[in-house]
Design a protein around this ligand. Structure first.
Ligand code: NAD
Ligand code: ZN
Length: 347
């Protein structure tokens, strides 16, 4: 089968020929129908070997942690799904046995060091004709969702949902949420906020196309992501500033804005994987502000995100690429010219 592999740090990924894997034990083999390209892949591909080994990543690695497919074959112990089922893959595989996994929050598994690595982030990923999933537990029925539109829901939808959900109670009518970075995750965050709250939504990005895109996705206001954003947010909030800031970039330039945009007892959520930081201290944040850096989402939340998409309340904007053209998806991501999410369709 053809697969897109990250072969060497700093080098673009390559299409390579691999044997079709065979499911054993509890495993399920999927014929991949769609796989989303995430900025985290670009982050991983830019890391030196010592960081990769600390992340549990060995090369070559088949990319793709946003996968959707059709069940092709089952290991002898796999139950709960049948050949032909259309499913989405829950990616942050945990041990499935610890107390945290039992709650469905497998992304925070207590035994993560010995649990299987997520597909595309350690285990072979979904940017291939076939994908081996470690357990039927990690498959959620598509139930009518279009595969291309559904694949990004497993991360670009799930991660912002998990970031926003604990803050929902504070996002009352009259409050404001700021979304920084209107890419794959950010454009879903705007729609999730629109669907689940009546708060004012302000988006920040660089580039006029992204600001226009943010408004199409439901943002009330969209401003350039620089120091001027502080005054713009002050103006549109009548001086109150934002209740919640969701930072989908996470570089020092944006994390420096996070605290300035938030009011007292606010919520700062850094989702972007980069070297920015929000210092917590008496003089650095508005009183009683909470700062978090969550990771991915829970299995129950993936069911909720798919249900939200089925209801029509959220829709992933996608640009599709064949497996052969998949390296271009990452070039376009790097150039910031993608609208929404790049999705690879292997066949
Ligand atoms: P993306 O490339 O699709 O979008 C990034 C967006 O940020 C683009 O619209 C870009 O124009 C914008 N941007 C770049 N610099 C900016 C700046 N200074 N100010 C404002 N906007 C700026 O990326 P994505 O796939 O949506 O991922 C976003 C981030 O989230 C990445 O860092 C990724 O690694 C991370 N991520 C984290 C998790 C998690 O669990 N915490 C999960 C998935 C992705
Ligand atoms: Zn666990």
């Amino acid at each position: 089968m053809k697969a897109l592999q990250f072969v060497e740090p700093g080098r673009p990924p390559e299409i390579r020929d691999l044997p079709v894997p065979e499911p054993t034990g509890n495993q399920v083999l999927l014929k991949v129908t769609a796989a989303g390209a995430c900025h985290s892949d670009e982050f991983v591909m830019s890391q030196p070997p010592e960081v990769l080994s600390a992340l549990g990543i060995e090369l070559p690695l088949t990319l793709g942690h946003e996968g959707v497919g059709v069940v092709e074959a089952l290991g002898p112990a796999a139950i709960g799904v049948a050949v032909g089922d259309a499913v989405a893959v829950y990616g942050p595989w945990g041990c499935q046995h610890c107390r945290v996994c039992a709650s469905g929050a497998e992304q925070y598994c207590e035994n993560a060091a010995t649990a299987p690595r997520p597909p595309g982030l350690g285990s072979p990923g979904a940017m291939a004709e076939y994908l081996l999933v470690d357990s039927p537990r990690h498959l959620v029925p598509l139930d009518g969702l279009n595969p291309v539109a559904a694949a990004p829901l497993t991360d670009a939808g799930l991660t912002p949902y998990h970031a926003i959900k604990p803050v929902l109670e504070k996002l009352t009518p009259g409050s404001t949420a700021v979304v920084i970075g209107v890419g794959g995750l950010g454009h879903m965050a705007i729609q999730i906020l629109r669907a689940l709250t009546a708060c004012q939504i302000v988006a920040l990005d660089i580039g006029d196309d992204k600001l226009a895109f943010a408004k199409e996705m439901g943002a009330d206001h969209a401003f350039a992501s620089d120091e001027s954003a502080v005054e713009h947010v002050r103006e549109v909030t009548g001086g109150r500033m934002a209740t919640a800031v969701f930072d989908f970039v996470g570089i020092p330039a944006t994390t420096a804005l996070d605290a300035q945009l938030t009011h007292m007892a606010g919520e700062i959520t850094v989702v972007g994987v980069a070297d920015g930081a929000v210092p917590v201290g008496f003089f650095t944040l508005p009183y009683n502000t909470r700062a978090r850096a969550p990771y991915w989402g829970t299995l129950p939340e993936l069911h909720e995100v798919l249900a939200l998409a089925r209801s029509g309340a959220i829709t992933v904007e996608t640009e599709t690429f064949t497996l052969r053209d998949a390296p271009q998806a990452y070039e376009r991501m790097h150039a910031r010219t993608l609208r929404g999410r790049a999705v690879i369709v292997p066949s």
